[in-house]
Design a protein around this ligand. Structure first.
Ligand code: TYM
Length: 325
């Protein structure tokens, strides 16, 4: 059985990009693998977040992950800060990574540009992410396209550590879906859909009610001209809609493009497909929200299971580096 690990930051409302790029692939991976899924609350501290919001969003993240179909009987679902080895291993890996390679991370550059005071944690963020993964002897990390570079860094750090201190970590690989790996904002199709609140109309949230989803898809920005073709550079808006249809229904992108000769019917079908995909998730999430005690119990059991594995790997790494345990 392969081991699978992935994580999500509880830093905002989860959206269709998270669902298509990551969550639904976690659900498919859960049965045939030893699977760990983590709400990475420590990562959320790298940007401004209100403590009360963080607490609420952390539990709500677990609600959504259960609602999309993760089965707590088969996966280990937990909160990062409840397993202290994540921070402990991150330090060992910070002493393995270099300033140069962290400075080259595009997400760091994007998130720090224009900001007067950048938190040190934002800079070391990808090292904590590497620690998350390497603690569990992971084979595969199902993520969206935006995490590709962080996964490359994780591999580099694992290989460097192994070369320097002896075979300690398994070297993981990213699994990125063929469609849905980069869902774009409906209002700004040149930018990826994201949790930040800057583009409410461009972001389909997983828990949006169906009317809102239809409204957002209908008002999606399309491109000059009227032809429906898949051309992400020249027609980013229409291409995004075609990809959404492909990712939501399983039809090929080219085949989807051939079906339409106007934007209106394409939008209608995308809206219907996305509503069909997300409505059941929304209903389950609303039910689960009424029993947060059960959600906390699931997370507690997950943290206990994760801790057992994480402790062993941490001890291996610390010993390899010469720490006296
Ligand atoms: P986060 O919280 O930004 O996103 C969670 C997952 O959703 C994917 N995703 C997208 N996929 C397609 N289109 C989009 N517009 C889109 N936006 C987000 C992300 O690729 C991700 O898979 N650094 C990570 C969290 C993390 C992690 C880890 C992931 C921390 N430790 C260890 C994997 C393994 C992040 O910020 O994801």
């Amino acid at each position: 059985m392969a081991t699978v690990f992935s994580g999500v930051q509880p830093s905002g409302d989860f959206h269709l990009g998270n669902y298509l790029g990551a969550f639904r692939n976690w659900v498919t991976a859960q049965h045939d693998n030893d699977a760990y899924f983590c709400v990475v609350d420590l990562h959320a501290l790298t940007l401004e977040i209100d403590p009360a919001d963080l607490r609420r969003r952390t539990l709500d993240a677990a609600v959504v992950l259960l609602a999309v179909g993760l089965d707590p009987e088969v996966v280990t679902l937990f909160v990062q800060s409840q397993v202290p080895e994540h921070s402990r291993l991150a330090w060992l890996l910070e002493c393995t990574a270099t300033m140069g390679e962290l400075g080259r991370m595009t997400q760091f550059k994007e998130k720090s540009t224009g900001s007067e005071s950048v938190r040190a944690g934002l800079f070391t963020y990808p090292v904590l992410m590497a620690a998350d993964i390497l603690l569990y002897d992971v084979d595969e990390v199902p993520v969206g396209d935006d995490q590709r570079q962080h996964l490359e860094l994780t591999r580099d750090l694992a290989i460097r550590f192994n070369n320097r201190y002896g075979e300690t970590f398994k070297v993981p690989r990213a699994t990125i879906p063929k469609v849905g790996a980069r869902v774009m904002d409906l209002q700004h199709p040149e930018a990826k859909m994201s949790k930040s609140v800057e583009s409410p109309l461009g972001t389909v949230r997983i828990l949006d009610d169906p009317d809102d989803i239809v409204r957002k898809v209908r008002r999606a920005v399309t491109d000059a001209g009227t032809t429906v073709e898949h051309d992400p550079a020249g027609k980013p808006g229409v291409s995004n809609l075609l990809e959404l249809l492909a990712a939501s229904t399983g039809v090929g992108v080219a085949e989807a493009a051939d079906r339409y000769d106007a934007y209106g019917p394409l939008k209608q079908d995308v809206a219907d497909a996305v509503v069909a995909l997300l409505s059941p998730v929304r209903e389950r999430a609303l039910e689960l929200r009424s029993d947060l005690g059960e959600v906390e119990r699931i997370l507690g059991a997950g943290a206990t299971r994760a801790h057992e594995v994480a402790q062993r790997t941490y001890a291996r790494a610390a010993t390899a580096m010469g720490l006296v345990l």
